[in-house]
Write a protein that binds this ligand. Structure first.
Ligand code: SF4
Ligand code: SF4
Length: 388
């Protein structure tokens, strides 16, 4: 038995017990009232530090509900990734409160589906598509991406009237590093032999940390760390002591896709590592400080993101090695959305790496946002746990 059944929640505010999006929206609205502009985003490549430095709040846009996919399919092919269809459906149905408060949208040429969907979306609100180099280790890539970040800066200046000096960008990247270090400290509590934090709580903290700048969230992160230390001191642990520890890697997970975490938990597992852009990925790496070229330093950091749209994406394997070493999962689940060719193809490489190098059972789950396959996934997760 856990010593404390209901530990103190990580956030103790008016949003406690509400879906994480409400707290994030409340934060964005309060910044807006204080004079900040808002930039809607869909991807981990959006340069957050530049955005923060310009007094713009990043708003991660809605992309994870089955609800508006049918509307999207009137314009988009049905056999497209649900994340793309959902993003578009939310916008044309005017159902995303984050999009509603956004002054502009920043997009990237990551996968073909998104790139082409952005063409349709670009008529609704000012939208800038950053041309992402896809062979990140080529020596030109850094300067190309730096140039693209500078063009994004001009776009933001033109559409929001906001500006930032190099000094302000340098401060923003240092702040981001401080925030990320605290986030990693929080993740350490999931890495413990008996984790003291649940995936839901992590998801809650990550959701706010993606939008909030360091000065707004650091006091809260410090309180959360104290709270988690107290849990450790009081002997609390999350889940069963012998529960299989699971790392989930792959496509971003949110909203209706959270079913994968719920299923793992229902089948008796504990999610200890969330290796995706809606999970821990954005906080695992730092930006070089005091280089004299803060935009170049940001460009380098973002090109190190191990996304499957990059080729080759070997960094995904080396980053995964570090996560496995730290979080010690008993099994790895690769979460792949229907029609996401890049993550789907890469899954073979990932699976071989996990099995050969780490000797850990591996399960690839290809799914969408509906719940039609929940029972089938449960059976497969159960078989995975039996193989540990
Ligand atoms: S997985 Fe790749 S394309 Fe998707 S949000 Fe992350 S960086 Fe962007
Ligand atoms: S999950 Fe895959 S297909 Fe869908 S938007 Fe992301 S990279 Fe593109």
């Amino acid at each position: 038995m856990n010593k404390i059944v209901n530990p103190e929640p990580l956030f103790n505010d008016e949003y406690t017990g509400e879906p994480p999006a409400k707290r994030v929206l409340g934060h964005i609205q309060s910044k807006r009232e204080q004079g900040a502009a808002v930039a809607g985003l869909y991807c981990g490549y959006a340069p957050m530090e530049l955005i923060h430095a310009m007094d713009i709040v990043p708003a991660v846009l809605c992309a994870f509900a089955n609800a508006h996919i049918e509307a999207a399919e009137v314009h988009l092919p049905a056999n497209l990734c649900p994340l793309i269809k959902s993003s578009y459906g939310f916008v044309i149905k005017d159902a995303c409160p984050f999009y509603a408060v956004s002054d502009v949208v920043i997009a990237e040429t990551t996968c073909d589906g998104k790139k082409k969907m952005f063409e349709l979306m670009s008529h609704i609100k000012p939208l800038y598509v950053m041309d992402l180099p896809q062979v990140p280790d080529e020596k030109e890539a850094r300067d190309e991406w730096k140039g693209m970040i500078l063009k994004t800066k001009s776009f933001l200046e033109n559409h929001t009237g906001k500006r930032a000096t190099d000094e302000q960008i340098e401060t923003a990247l240092k702040d981001s590093n401080r925030k990320n270090a605290l986030m990693r400290k929080i993740f350490d509590f999931a890495a413990r032999q008996t984790p003291v934090v649940s995936w839901k709580e992590l998801y809650d903290v990550i959701s706010l940390a993606m939008s909030a700048r360091a000065e707004d969230i650091i006091p809260q992160l410090e309180t959360i760390i104290t709270n988690l230390e107290n849990r450790v001191a009081e002997g609390y642990y999350y889940g069963k002591k012998d529960a299989p520890r699971v790392m989930v890697t792959g496509c971003p997970v949110g909203g209706d896709a959270l079913k994968i975490f719920r299923i793992i938990e229902e089948m008796g597992g504990v999610v200890v590592a969330m290796d995706s852009c809606t999970g821990m990925k954005g906080f695992m790496d730092d930006i070089s400080e005091d280089t004299g070229d803060p935009v170049g330093a940001i460009a380098e950091r973002y090109l190190r993101i191990p996304c499957s749209c990059m080729t080759p994406n070997n960094r995904r394997l080396t980053e995964m090695d570090k996560i496995i070493e730290k979080f010690k999962p008993d099994a790895v689940v690769d979460f792949v959305l229907h029609a996401c060719h890049s993550y789907n193809i890469e899954s073979y490489k990932v699976g071989e790496h996990i099995k050969n190098k780490h000797n850990i059972p591996f399960l690839k789950v290809v799914t969408d946002y509906s719940d039609g396959d929940v029972e089938q996934i449960k059976t497969r997760v159960q078989a995975l746990f039996e193989s540990i």
